[in-house]
Design a protein around this ligand. Structure first.
Ligand code: BG6
Length: 506
């Protein structure tokens, strides 16, 4: 019988010869994520024998100056990989730079020439990946220009990666999709969501569908509620300008956390293939119950951090951060209560929250099971009700999975206490996990879109959050409403309390 998980074994897939064109090559993402990930792939000998990177941005720079700049960034942002001078020399020989304004049609003619040259000198076989890592407002002009200049079609394959944010709301996401459809075939469009590339998020599928014991209880009969938390202790860290236009709901929930929710809640695909997995994710996102703008205040909470003293540091409030308006209405914290209207999940709340300047950096999913139907024993937590079983999927930083259950405390009498059974990635496998960008770059180069978002998925998740955005745009919040270093506004606790639930402290 065919192994439905054959593609879960994602190693040893051969990357074909290709050129990678990075728009926004002088930007933060290129320095912090893309180049370090590509270097690491070279370190692991996962790049093909013939390849080239062609960076573009407005800054005038020679190939050598670009190499020097990238050398510094790679060295600085390589987290767990030694920097090897000999390897860097070989790597840098494949780096090229083409300066120019992306709104100038002549620039694309130059790019085309350089790509053809690289085809000769570096045998890239006419394959080209265009990576859009510019400011989002340039996505459409670049896509249109790739179409008009003829670069979107070539001898080999042509693919495009779009960084988030994919649109600013439902209407702009649709508009961007329309623009993409006019130039590329959908199977050549890769909308990146780096959360899907995280090992721990991929492992949710292995955990659910590779084991026999979890799926039977993975439904409304046994699960009481699901809590997805992505907390960061940092503030906006110099990204005030971007963040002020985005906010936590758009920055984290609409994309990353709704994809995590889809992975937790989707139905098993019949086979493990790109389209079947994406079909199930999309189906789940389409099953999320839509709220009206009037209902939004009951099911969504916005927060913004204020100044506080944390340890010996005075941290500023969001409105005091550089680039942020003094009366900013932007959410640095968002919590939503969602329901999935299908047979598996009817009536089970999915609580999703994300925020900056929370007490610690942690991303996890807590699946809370129903309590035992009878309370036979007293437990140590006071009211004798016992605590419900919890399954915690730790996405980061201590990657792993824990199951919490009650156990008898040693000694006489039947007193119970919660204990936990833990799986920890680091100690179980003792090897490094590839970063999300390494995984996703290899995927797009081999043409595997499983971990990328599809047009219908993006539009479905915008459809879910749009009434909340409309409600928030129409309101004036009394911000700040939570102190830096705390777990967010009181209204988020009240939202759960209305259902008799409480946020778990991660
Ligand atoms: C990015 C957001 O997409 O994800 C950032 O724009 C956020 O605001 C980051 O800090 C979190 O990613 P990770 O991988 O550190 O959880």
């Amino acid at each position: 019988m065919a192994n439905p998980f054959r593609d879960l074994l994602r190693f040893e897939r051969r990357v074909p010869p290709c050129a990678i064109v990075i728009f926004g090559a002088n930007g933060d993402l290129t320095k912090r994520k893309l180049l370090p990930a590509l270097y690491r792939l070279a370190y692991d000998r996962r790049l093909p024998a013939s390849w080239a990177i062609l960076g573009n941005s407005r800054t005038e720079m020679t190939d050598d100056a670009f190499r020097e700049r990238m050398r510094d960034s790679v060295k600085h942002f390589l987290e767990d990989t030694p920097f090897d001078e000999d390897l860097w020399k070989q790597f840098a020989a494949n780096l090229f730079y083409h300066p120019g304004d992306i709104s100038d049609p002549a620039m694309y003619a130059g790019l085309d020439r350089r790509l053809k040259e690289l085809g000769q000198t570096h045998q890239t076989a006419g394959n080209a990946l265009f990576y859009l890592s510019t400011q989002p407002s340039y996505y459409q002009p670049v896509i249109t220009a790739l179409g008009q200049s003829g670069l979107a079609r070539g001898e080999g394959w042509r693919r495009v990666v779009i960084e988030k944010p994919f649109g600013h709301d439902l209407a702009s996401a649709r508009e961007l999709n329309r623009c993409l459809r006019g130039v590329f075939d959908e199977h050549d469009v890769y909308r990146i969501d780096h959360y899907l590339g995280k090992e721990t998020v991929q492992n949710i599928l292995a955990f659910r569908f590779g084991n026999g014991i979890f799926e039977p209880v993975w439904n409304r009969r046994y699960i009481n509620n699901v809590q997805i938390t992505a907390a960061e202790s940092i503030g906006v860290e110099g990204r005030g300008g971007y963040y002020q236009e985005s906010g936590a709901l758009r920055d984290m929930i609409q994309n990353h956390l709704m994809q995590v929710m889809a992975t937790i809640a989707m139905e098993p695909p019949a086979v493990f293939e790109s389209e079947t997995v994406r079909d199930e994710r999309a189906k789940l996102l389409r099953s999320v119950r839509l709220m009206t703008q009037e209902q939004a205040p009951m099911h969504a909470v916005a927060g913004q951090y204020g100044a506080a003293r944390i340890g010996s540091d005075d941290v500023p409030g969001f409105r005091e951060e550089p680039g942020v308006a003094k009366d900013s209405q932007t959410d640095t914290y968002a919590a939503v209560e969602l329901y999935v209207d299908n047979w598996r999940w009817a009536g089970v709340p999915f609580y999703i929250r994300s925020g900056k300047r929370l007490p610690k950096r942690v991303t996890d999913i807590a699946i809370q099971f129903n309590s035992a139907p009878l309370r036979l024993f007293n437990s140590d937590d006071g009211d004798g009700s016992g605590r419900p079983n919890l399954l915690i999927v730790r996405i980061q930083p201590e990657e792993g999975i824990s199951i919490r259950f009650l156990s008898k405390s040693p000694g006489s009498g039947m007193r119970l206490r919660p204990v936990s059974m833990d799986f920890n990635y680091g100690t179980s496998f003792g090897e490094r996990s590839p970063s999300a960008y390494e995984t996703l770059l290899v995927d797009v180069l081999v043409g595997d879109a499983t971990l990328y978002s599809r047009q219908d998925m993006v539009e479905a998740s915008w459809t879910v959050v749009q009434p909340i955005i409309d409600d928030w745009n129409a309101r004036k919040f009394d911000f700040p409403n939570y102190e830096s270093g705390t777990w967010g506004p009181a209204a988020a606790d009240e939202m759960l309390a209305r259902n008799g639930h409480a946020w778990r402290v991660p």
